[in-house]
Ligand binder design. Structure first.
Ligand code: CA
Length: 228
């Protein structure tokens, strides 16, 4: 059974997470303090994902994350953050973490994140997170996540693929055909309009002012260009 460590000092939240992990088919290992979590990880080297609360009675979740990462690059780490925590600080400190979930969270959201980490681990074996950082944006190509100024922006897989293409080609004008074949595949027979539809949605999610896009600019009669 896939093992997940849940480090959380608030018993109610921890029990809630444990119940839902079990329901999702995971073996849940519990810890109430940072030191206990590190002990449990030593005892259970097969733990695949660790969920770490930040505010703890002994060492904080960032320190736990750092200590885990010092010896273990493989494990997936999800931080539990509170809405009141400043996200700039959180994201700055969580360089070793793969993902974060903001409290209050739904069980479905948390298990989806764990499932995603497990999927990626079982995938190509490429465990190292690749971060594309440009302007206010940080894209994690392992988790397929995007942050703007430290705040998560939820993208569909297609939107993510388009943005990744842009971020890998900064300043370069990409034709709508380029985007279509890179994202939908060369064999895709649909219309170019699907590119524009997705760009429009992407702009709503990432631009400061959708009416005057600053990041994804239109190259008239050709396509689009990414710049930060
Ligand atoms: Ca706590």
């Amino acid at each position: 059974m896939k093992k997940v460590l849940i480090l959380e000092d608030e018993v109610n939240i921890r029990s809630f997470v444990v119940i839902n992990l079990k329901r999702a088919g995971y073996d849940a290992i519990e810890a109430g303090t940072g030191m206990e979590a590190l002990d449990k990880l030593r005892e259970n080297p097969d733990i695949g994902v660790a969920i770490l609360d930040i505010m703890l009675p002994d060492i904080d979740g960032f320190e736990v994350c750092r200590r885990i990462r010092a010896t273990n690059k493989q494990i997936g780490i999800i931080m539990l953050t509170a809405r009141t925590q400043e996200m700039d600080k959180v994201t700055g400190l969580m360089t070793g973490a793969d993902d974060y979930v903001t409290k209050p969270f739904s069980p479905a959201e948390l298990t989806a994140r764990i499932d995603a980490l497990y999927r990626r681990m079982g995938g190509d074996g490429g465990m190292s997170a690749e971060l594309l950082t440009q302007g206010p944006f940080v894209m994690n190509t392992r988790n397929h996540t995007l942050e703007k100024n430290g705040a998560r922006i939820r993208l569909t897989q297609v939107e993510y693929s388009i943005l990744k293409l842009f971020m890998q080609n900064p300043g370069r004008a990409l034709s709508r055909e380029d985007i279509l074949s890179a994202v939908w595949g060369r064999e895709y027979e649909g219309e170019l309009k699907i590119v524009d539809v997705n760009i429009r949605r992407l702009r709503i999610k990432i631009e400061d002012d959708t009416a005057n896009p600053a990041y994804i600019t239109t190259v008239w009669g050709f396509g689009y260009k990414w710049g930060v």
